[in-house]
Design a protein around this ligand. Structure first.
Ligand code: TMP
Length: 209
């Protein structure tokens, strides 16, 4: 039975998700919670192998349908091995990307059928939908500029138009699932971004104790 609390951080590359995730972990631990920190794609031996295939620029020919199925496969394994057991044990799980990345990148960015991507991922997550999702919103131009272009992975190498569709996708998801998703402007100092996140999640965590 699920007793923990599940938080996901979403947004473009370069929005500062990793920094915010580390702060959130520290705060949750200070509040006395056992935490689990994971990321997608990856987080399990199978998922890490799938991540290698998904992000390696040598597989530039990969079509969005293959992408969607591989991301969902990595997710299914992560939920089974890590997220599900941790939530059942009452832990706070914080995940860097989850179902909304597939909806934004593969459905909006890759222009796959939204309901297909949603259904596939609802099957993959086996009921473990996040309790709270933060989208760190940033203009994709700014996000890509914050990264070293020579190290760009296969997803980062996609066109600016693709990344603009992804951003619109994330914002559309927040409108569609307002009870779960909160949009946070990421083009601000790290402390301000974290204050906006904590303001929303702090009360929920306090209520859990
Ligand atoms: P990251 O670990 O740097 O965030 O890289 C993961 C990349 O994969 C990132 O560009 C977003 C992309 N992605 C998808 O396209 N769909 C997904 O479901 C997930 C989890 C990530």
């Amino acid at each position: 039975m699920r007793k923990g609390y599940f938080i996901t951080l979403e947004g473009p590359d370069g929005a500062g998700k990793t920094t915010q995730l580390q702060r959130l972990l520290t705060f949750a631990q200070q509040y006395g919670f056992e935490t689990v920190n994971t990321r997608e794609p990856g987080g399990t031996p199978v998922g890490d192998a799938v991540r290698g295939i998904l992000l390696d620029p040598q597989y530039g020919e990969m079509i969005p349908l293959t992408e969607a199925l591989l991301y969902a496969a990595s997710r299914a394994q992560l939920v089974h091995e890590v997220i599900g057991p941790a939530l059942d044990a009452g832990k706070v799980v914080i995940c860097d990307r989850f179902i909304d990345s597939s909806l934004a990148y593969q459905a909006y960015g890759g222009e796959l059928d939204f309901d297909f991507v949603l259904r596939t991922n609802v099957a993959a997550i086996n009921g473990y939908m996040p309790d709270q999702t933060f989208i760190l919103d940033l203009n994709p131009k700014e996000g890509l500029a914050r990264r070293d272009a020579s190290l760009a992975d296969r997803m980062e190498q996609k066109s600016l138009a693709f990344h603009q569709r992804v951003r619109e996708g994330f914002l559309a998801l927040a409108t569609r699932f307002p009870e779960r998703i909160i949009v946070i402007a990421a083009n601000r100092p790290v402390e301000d971004v974290f204050a906006s996140i904590w303001e929303n999640v702090g009360p929920a965590l306090t209520a859990l104790r």
